[in-house]
Design a protein around this ligand. Structure first.
Ligand code: MSP
Length: 663
């Protein structure tokens, strides 16, 4: 007998900021599959976690003024809290700062070094700290050049700037394995899903010639050190990818879980990180002589109507807000139903509220309400035994059977929109069945009693089927349906059939709506308002309406505030102004065609004013220019905060581009 083990992983997330609904998508998608597989009798190991090393995290911690460890500890708490809110049923949470992981990574690195797959060399290239990724010139979205045409910088596809890095580095001989990888792709066309992505990888990265990969850095310290040469820190992606095997015991004393679960059945990832998972990771595994994961599923992105979610655009949607307002199930349902396999999906508040009202409250909620009410009215709550009696029963049964089969097929393919379409086909067909059989007419004639009983049994049976099928997606709703039908928690997804309705069950005396009807306009406006607030409700809750707000200037309307344009500006140069002990003269890049000049009376707070060069400040960009000290035009104002006789200019994260609007 083959063992029914199933190992599923999410990417491990960078703990570099609050997670939005897009980033939560992968984790919920894995959770759905993990729950489905458990219901199908598999012994599931569901791994998730955090990718805590690297330059980006080191910088974030520095900005926050705390140690990287304290920073990631805090983030790990927050992320776990979110996963608990979203009811993620992971079996293991790995952090790359876990001792066992760090030790195993160091050991593997030395092994690969000893066997010659890793060697020491010199690296010169373009690196994006935010992406923790090197780019070749042709991979960049934009390239900056000097007047002689030499490249002096550029922008990664993610929108983050790259910087030139030249340093001693270890390299992984990726090139050595290129042919083996291509052969593997050919023999395993199912390895990368959805179809088409494998070709993308071949065309864009492998066929042009696979370059050896720089796998260590010497310019920061927050990472796993190379034991035999500790000034080198192991490249964060090498460190991160290994989590999939270190988590289950590879390279450690107790390898039982590794033996049981490796190779992974699925690595679920976003399309942006497919290159690492489909090229570097398989090659690392080949070098270690380990089998490759069975399947990589690369999903698209959730975007907004105006493009990627970003705080500066004010279009970020946080899961906490949606769960607090509408409950967990609609969020899980919406995300899983709305992202078509292989492409991006757009989140809109209209769509969100619409799906709750039409699909959840109307189609499903009403079906349950009507069924429970009718069984109470016509049979005192007792569900009649399943039997066939009307001319519509056979078609309903066929549609249910076909769609149970379609559902399983789509779940295996991780095509959730189609799996849920199959469920909603059953729901619609069942609603139509009520219209066709018209139980209120059958109830009028005692001769139709058997028919009425069969109709009630079919309705309960169909809802039981639906409750099973949606269980991996919407646990609470599924449980509520079972509860209201008097079925408790007797799930059996493996042997699910319409006719499997147990006998002697009694529905609740009074059903409660599982989804309240929403006022569309009001709720859409609510979500939009929260998006613009750009803050998660948890933070906002600290300012309840009743509290009197302190302000030295009296209140203004939003329109008044909206007249002020605040922008990010990088300090290019700064100098003391001759003849003034108060003023500093700044040259700033605020995203304008040319640099702008601002004079600011903060000299005494920055005796060493050069420390400001390179900092990204906040400026009022649309202040009317004015002349100062007779000869200097000041084109804006630098924002700062004064307290206890001290003053600090307001800075922003270096990853925010110059000229970005703050609001
Ligand atoms: N740390 C790496 C993964 C290492 S795995 C060995 C990483 N982390 S991440 O935090 O940037 O992204 C985590 C996951 O969230 C990725 O699968 C990414 O594709 C996904 N998403 C982030 N934003 C997303 C959307 N807007 N929509 C859907 N998924 C997106 O990459």
């Amino acid at each position: 007998m083959t063992e029914k083990n199933f190992y599923i992983t999410t990417p491990i997330y960078y703990p570099s900021g609050k997670l939005h609904i897009g980033s939560a998508y992968t984790t919920i998608a894995c959770d759905v599959l993990a729950r489905y597989k458990r219901m199908m009798g598999f012994d599931v190991h569901y791994l998730t976690g955090l990718d805590e090393h690297g330059q980006k995290i080191q910088q974030k911690a520095q900005e926050a003024g705390i140690s990287p460890q304290a920073y990631v500890d805090g983030m790990a708490r927050d992320v776990k809290k979110l996963w608990s809110l979203l009811d993620i049923s992971y079996d293991q949470f790995i952090r790359t700062t876990d001792r066992y992981h760090e030790e195993a990574v160091a050991k593997v690195f030395e092994k690969l070094l000893a066997q010659g797959d890793i060697y020491l060399g010199e690296y010169t290239g373009w690196y994006s700290v935010s992406d923790e990724e090197f780019f070749t010139e042709s991979q960049l979205a934009e390239v900056y050049r000097d007047e002689n045409g030499n490249m002096i910088g550029g922008v990664a596809p993610s929108g983050h700037e790259v910087e030139k890095v030249s340093e001693e580095s270890y390299f992984f001989r990726m090139s050595k394995y290129a042919d083996r990888l291509v052969a593997y792709y050919k023999e395993h066309p199912e390895f990368i899903q959805p179809d088409g992505r494998m070709n993308e990888m071949l065309k864009n990265f492998i066929e042009p010639g696979l370059e050896d990969l720089a796998v260590s850095r010497t310019t920061y310290t927050w990472g796993v050190k190379v034991p035999s040469n500790p000034k080198h820190v192991i490249y964060v992606w090498i460190d991160a990818l290994m989590n999939y095997i270190t988590a289950i015991g590879y390279g450690q004393e107790d390898q039982a879980n590794f033996d049981k679960f490796w190779p992974a059945d699925i690595h679920m990832i976003g399309k942006d990180i497919l290159r690492f998972h489909s090229i570097y990771w398989p090659i690392m595994l080949m070098a270690l002589d380990l089998p490759l994961p069975k399947r990589l599923v690369a999903h698209g992105w959730f975007v907004m109507q105006d493009g990627k979610m970003s705080k500066s655009k004010g279009n970020v949607v946080y899961p906490e807000m949606l769960v607090e307002r509408f409950g967990l199930d609609p969020l899980r349902y919406y995300l899983m139903r709305s992202l078509p396999v292989g492409s991006d999906g757009t989140f809109t508040p209209e769509d969100y509220v619409g799906r709750i009202n039409y699909e959840l409250a109307n189609d499903l909620g009403n079906l349950l309400n009507r069924t429970v009410a009718m069984i109470n009215k016509y049979f005192g709550g007792e569900v009649p035994a399943f039997a066939t009696a009307t001319e519509f029963d056979a078609d309903l049964a066929a549609v249910v059977a076909d769609n149970i089969a379609a559902y399983h097929k789509q779940m295996e393919a991780v095509d959730y929109p189609k799996a849920l379409d199959a469920v909603w086909t059953i729901i619609s067909r069942t609603n139509k069945y009520i219209d066709e059989t018209a139980p209120w007419v059958l109830a009028k004639d005692e001769a139709d009693r058997d028919k009425l009983a069969a109709v009630m049994a079919h309705l309960a049976a169909s809802l039981r089927v639906v409750a099973h099928l949606i269980q991996p997606f919407m646990m609470e709703t599924s449980n509520a349906i079972m509860e209201q039908l008097g079925l408790g928690s007797a799930f059996d997804l493996e042997n699910l059939e319409l006719s499997g309705l147990p006998t002697d069950i009694k529905v609740v005396a009074k059903g409660t709506p599982i989804f309240p009807r929403l006022d569309m306009e009001e709720e859409i406006a609510y979500i939009k308002g929260q998006m613009n607030a750009g803050k998660a409700p948890a933070e906002k809750e600290w300012v309840p309406e009743e509290v009197e707000l302190t302000s030295s200037k009296g209140q203004i309307k939003f329109d008044d505030f909206d007249k002020v344009e605040i922008r990010v500006a990088e300090v290019i140069e700064v100098e003391k102004v001759e003849g003034s002990d108060k003023l500093l003269r700044f040259r700033l890049d605020a995203g304008d065609a040319d640099h702008r000049q601002i004079l600011s009376g903060i000299a005494k707070f920055y005796p060493n004013e050069q420390e400001l060069v390179g900092k990204k400040l906040q400026i009022v960009a649309n202040l009317k220019p004015r002349k100062m000290m007779k000869k200097y035009v000041s084109q804006g104002m630098i924002l700062s905060a004064e307290h206890d006789g001290k003053l600090a200019v307001l800075t922003v994260d270096p990853s925010v581009p110059n000229g970005a609007i703050i609001g």
